[in-house]
Design a protein around this ligand. Structure first.
Ligand code: ACO
Length: 436
């Protein structure tokens, strides 16, 4: 018998099955069986075979991936093998985006070409401005982003050619380049401000800041501390393996739709408060608490269940300190040195101090996640809360695209089509209206 296998005895029939166990890069993480192996397990010859039931895919690997490794127990996050801490310290968002796409860090020539190709695609068709103008003045910028990114598929019908490598490459440049433009235009629209066209002499983030905040100056000069802070936050948010929006990107992309339509679906998934909206909830919570002396009462109410959850704490996969939260906390201080402290930071620090020493949170492995500090930083920079998920969507585009291409090129992948356990009525005859 193969030691790397599972023996299953079906007590309905007494039959024993041997199912091989497969491993990924780290043997202690991601040992799996092929779910289709279970289909041979049948109670009778005409039985469909055994399925696994896994709502929310909490224990189902939907793909093999070599993009991002995440070990929630140990608080480890790596892109293509590089620890997030090292990338945050030494890399830039654009370099990290290259790493995610191609699997290796670029050399100087490759990086210069990548920057140039992205810089060449930052402008959007003038009709996109008209499209944004047609949204209400108070349209949520995430809704505007879902609509405009989806609309790009009509401007670039060539993007449907997803089996052509050079064509896919072009859409990757276009999407990474145009996301800041669309995001900034959505923001300017909500403020009633004229749109600012891209300035490709600035860095990726510097240009984004230019399109957001330029008023009448001839040449916008981004504050280097804020530019660096946004760049690092973009690195932290660039990918997070098979989360909800990435799974949406893969699932929609698996039907061979174009990447603009698939990205629009991914943005829609990120829009939800359980995914991209948690940092907004943290700010609301900190405002509700109001002052540091109210923190013990608030913690008490969370523990009793009356005060809701401690937002920005806990994570579906991280059962220790989210490594991104540590970096965010440091960035917060760099940013506050420029903008002045966000008054809510003292409340946040006190919450963290008390929660990390409290058995309720310790025993449930509840630690700060990336959203605990990111909202404070964005608010201090002057972003309205509606822009928070947009600031998540821009960098995550690099991850979505890397995962989308990986999915398309994986010969084992098929169109996403889960099974169900049917629990409805058995077959019955149609009842005419007069007999109901
Ligand atoms: N505050 C207080 N208690 C919590 C919290 C929290 N933030 N999170 C979990 N718990 C408790 C639950 O009440 C439960 O307690 P019990 O065992 O006594 O019933 C236990 O911890 C386990 O909770 P689950 O909901 O089963 O944990 P799960 O892993 O499914 O939840 C989640 C993860 C949704 C992120 C949760 O921790 C949460 O709601 N956190 C606050 C919202 C938040 O910050 N979300 C952002 C996540 S990061 C991101 O998406 C980018």
């Amino acid at each position: 018998m193969n030691a790397h296998s599972l023996t299953i005895i079906d007590n309905r029939t007494g039959i024993s099955y041997e199912i091989p166990i497969k491993y990924g890069t780290y043997p202690g993480y991601g040992a799996s069986i092929n779910a289709l192996e279970l289909r041979q397990i049948k109670a009778s010859a005409d039985d469909f075979g055994l399925l696994t039931y896994d709502p929310g895919y909490t224990n189902t690997a939907s793909c093999k991936s070599s993009v991002t490794f995440l070990d929630g127990e140990r608080g480890t996050l790596q892109y293509r093998g590089y620890p997030i801490e090292q990338l945050a310290e030494h890399s830039t968002y654009l370099e990290t985006a290259y790493l995610l796409q191609y699997g290796e860090l670029p050399d100087a020539v490759q990086l210069a070409a990548w920057r140039k190709d992205i810089g060449l695609h930052t402008f959007v068709h003038e009709n996109i401005k008209k499209l944004i103008n047609s949204f209400r003045h108070d349209a949520h910028p995430m809704g505007t982003l879902v609509g405009t990114v989806g609309a790009l598929s009509t401007f670039y019908p060539d993007a449907k050619n997803i089996h052509d490598e050079s064509c896919r490459q072009k859409q990757v440049w276009r999407l990474i380049a145009k996301m800041p433009t669309l995001a900034a235009f959505a923001y300017r629209h909500s403020r009633g401000l004229p749109y600012v066209y891209p300035d490709d002499n600035l860095s990726y983030v510097g240009n984004f800041m230019n399109m957001l905040w330029k008023i009448s100056e001839l040449k916008y000069q981004p504050n280097p501390v804020l530019e660096k802070a946004i760049d690092v936050l973009f690195i932290l948010h660039a990918d997070h393996e098979q989360n909800c929006s990435t799974s949406a990107m893969r699932a929609v992309g698996s039907s061979y739709t174009d990447p603009f339509s698939a990205s629009s679906a991914a943005i829609a998934a990120l829009y939800g408060p359980q995914h991209g909206g948690a940092n907004e909830a943290v700010l609301r919570m900190l405002n509700d608490i109001g002052s540091v002396d109210q923190v013990p009462n608030f913690i008490k109410s969370v523990k009793s269940g009356e005060g809701g959850r401690l937002m920005g704490f806990g994570h579906r996969v991280y059962k220790s300190y989210d490594p991104r939260a540590k970096i965010c906390k440091k960035i917060a201080y760099d940013v506050f040195a420029v903008t002045g402290a966000n008054p809510l930071i003292d409340i946040a620090l006190e919450l963290e101090r008390i929660a990390l020493a409290d058995d309720y949170f310790i025993s449930r492995h509840l630690y700060p996640n990336v959203d605990f500090y990111s909202g404070l930083i964005y608010q201090a920079m002057g972003f309205p809360v509606g822009m928070f998920p947009v600031l998540f969507a821009i960098p995550r585009t690099a991850g979505w695209l890397a995962q989308w291409q990986e999915c398309l090129l994986d010969p084992e992948q098929k169109i996403a089509r889960p099974r169900q356990v049917y629990c409805g009525n058995q077959v019955r005859d149609y009842v005419p209206m007069h007999k109901r």
